[in-house]
Design a binder for this molecule. Structure first.
Ligand SMILES: Cc1cc2nc3c(=O)[nH]c(=O)nc-3n(C[C@H](O)[C@H](O)[C@H](O)COP(=O)(O)OP(=O)(O)OC[C@H]3O[C@@H](n4cnc5c(N)ncnc54)[C@H](O)[C@@H]3O)c2cc1C
Length: 392
């Protein structure tokens, strides 16, 4: 396994916990990650099943409700819609956690598994031959594996070694991320303002804190990121219509150009791709890592079943089954996020009308509303066992 981001760590823990000898090769992260991740209910359940969530819980805030506010100031605007997790029998749609706490919890669990060997090194070259993936490391040593799980992010060496190409698209938008303290409580509500430059989303953190993902034009993101704390706080308070009262900026802002990228194949003989090595999504609707964790749970399940049957976990047939299990989930999320984002940017009146009507119908038609909520949180398309709370 190459890459110890959240997707790679989760897959490595799941594989090692089910008794498969696993080597996890990864460089140390270069700079601190101040971002947060909204983990949806299925992801939280999977991490709980793996014994990771107990180390996360104190650092995570529940998302009891999601509020969508049309702030486009256009002629045809959508009504405000609030989705409550209780409507589909859940306490929360998911939980929001700072990435540093999530990684620390995964690191702690990984350290306790005797079948998991961590190798702090970079993979430099990969060759697929004679039933093995052979990996040469920067230190000069080498490894051979029956199955290579590529969790090595958007510039994946594993993907290149398997000869897999991607379809990529760069949006003319960037996301500004920053964590905030605020005077008013968030009441466990995540609030998404739909603006003409993209979503502006406030997601609860424990206490009177929230994380912000603000999608704007790249130049505007740079301008905002360059403001001193007081000016940025005032700007965010204005854009959020003061719903959280007076704001204080925490250290660690980031800007992320919006991009979408999908691998044409999710696996080949000896190699499967998970997380951002397989798909990069814009940070809209909290889907990226949730998809990555479903990838991790799926490959761990397939490889464990193959091993128990005495089969080869790296054979082309298993890669095909992984592709079949994951493709629809990946494609449907990428298309939905792209459509939502484009409908906000569009000046075309019928598009604005369709978006408004869509939200109106979702708000009014109970069964449609509940079906959408369930699909958003726990997609029926892909149901790896870990997401259902079943150990492998
Ligand atoms: C602003 C923003 C907000 C987001 N919010 C959410 C959210 O709320 N919910 C959600 O689900 N998703 C969210 N995402 C998406 C989420 O952050 C990503 O999906 C996730 O971080 C990807 O994890 P990963 O493990 O696939 O890759 P990475 O975290 O990129 O990890 C890849 C790892 O591979 C290592 N590596 C790479 N090459 C090599 C090599 N040759 N040798 C050894 N190691 C190597 C790297 O060092 C790294 O450790 C957000 C993204 C952004 C940009």
């Amino acid at each position: 396994m190459i890459g110890a981001g959240p997707a790679g760590l989760t897959a490595a823990i799941a594989l090692a916990a089910s008794g498969i000898e696993t080597a996890l090769v990864s460089k140390r992260p270069g700079r601190p990650d101040h971002r947060t991740t909204a983990l949806l209910a299925g992801s939280v359940r999977a991490l709980d099943t793996l014994g990771v969530w107990e180390h996360c819980a104190a650092h995570a805030a529940p998302l009891a409700a999601i509020r969508i506010i049309d702030d486009t100031r256009r002629l045809l605007r959508a009504p405000e819609v609030v989705f409550h997790a209780a409507e589909i029998g859940l306490d929360a749609f998911g939980h929001n956690i700072e990435n540093r706490h999530l990684i620390a919890a995964l690191d702690a669990c990984a350290a306790r598994l005797p079948q998991l060997t961590r190798i702090e090194d970079a993979a430099e070259a990969i060759e697929i031959e004679q039933g093995f993936a052979n990996v040469r490391l920067a230190s000069g040593s080498a490894l051979a594996a029956r199955l290579l799980v590529g969790a090595d992010g958007r510039r994946s060496l594993c993907r290149a070694a398997a000869g897999i190409v991607t379809d990529a698209f760069a949006y003319r938008q960037s996301a500004l991320t920053v964590n905030l303290r605020h005077a008013r409580p968030h009441d466990d509500f995540s609030t998404e303002f739909h603006t003409q430059s993209g979503p502006f989303t406030l997601v609860p953190l424990p206490g009177a804190r929230s994380s912000l993902v603000c999608v704007v034009e790249p130049r505007e993101a740079e301008r905002l990121a360059g403001l001193e704390d007081g000016a940025l706080a005032a700007e965010i308070e204005r854009r959020s219509h003061s719903i959280l009262g007076k704001l204080e900026i925490e250290p660690g802002r980031g800007t992320f150009p919006l991009a979408a990228e999908t691998a044409r194949k999710l696996g080949a003989e000896r190699v499967v791709l998970i997380g951002e090595a397989a798909h990069v999504l814009p940070p809209i609707g909290a889907q990226g890592l949730n998809l990555g964790l479903r990838d991790a749970a799926t490959i761990a399940e397939l490889a464990t079943a193959a091993r128990r049957r005495g089969g080869d976990p790296g054979c082309a047939e298993l890669a095909g089954r992984y592709e079949a299990a994951r493709r629809a989930d990946v494609t449907s999320r990428a298309v939905a996020i792209d459509l939502l984002n484009r409908s906000l940017l569009s000046d075309f009146l019928p598009v604005q009308g369709a978006r408004g009507l869509g939200l109106y119908l979702i708000d009014r038609i109970g069964p449609l509303r509940r079906a959408l909520m369930r699909e958003g949180v726990e997609p029926a398309l892909s149901g790896p066992r870990l997401m259902r709370g079943e150990p492998l």
